[in-house]
Design a binder for this molecule. Structure first.
Ligand code: FES
Length: 160
């Protein structure tokens, strides 16, 4: 009896138009999929860094607090779904920042006692002006444009 040996299989696949799923093709597909997922996990933070979370074309004006609400602990709010903080500076003026760390996107925390923003992930620090002063963050926090009208404080987009 003439049984087809292993070397005949590629020829049979070619005859069938190469549509047969072999173990080799399936494993190659799984390997390619795993490689793509791994590469995506590596590239995603870089893409997030390159493209800001806040969409620059949309700058709604929102009230974030009353002047009397702002304590040394600051006022947390979300701007376009981005965790943010309004603080009072040492010179008594107000400033508001995105709390998204400029290193890899962790949420920084305002430490009123030290007057700094501290990132719990890799120890990055920002001063009260949002400037990166320590650790791996490569640039300052995103600062918002604010306005004070009467007793109300508004955020109206990104500061230039
Ligand atoms: S994510 Fe903030 S220091 Fe790394």
């Amino acid at each position: 009896m003439n049984e087809p040996d292993k070397q005949d299989k590629p020829a049979e696949e070619e005859k069938a138009g190469g549509l047969e799923v072999t173990r080799r093709r399936f494993l190659s597909f799984l390997f390619g999929l795993a490689t793509a997922i791994g590469l995506g996990a590596f590239v995603a933070p870089l893409v997030r860094y390159a493209y800001p979370v806040i969409k620059p074309e949309e700058y709604p004006k929102i009230k974030v607090a009353s002047v009397s609400d702002v304590t040394s602990d600051g006022v947390r709010f979300d701007y376009q779904d981005v965790p943010s903080e309004l603080i009072q500076l040492n010179n008594k003026s107000f400033a508001a920042y995105s709390l998204v760390c400029t290193h890899l996107g962790c949420i920084v925390k305002w430490e009123a006692n030290n007057h700094i923003f501290h990132c719990p992930c890799h120890g990055g620090k920002f001063d009260e002006t949002g400037k990166n002063i320590s650790g791996p963050p490569p640039k300052p926090l995103t600062k918002y444009k604010i306005s004070v009208q009467g007793n109300d404080i508004y955020v109206e987009g990104l500061a230039s």
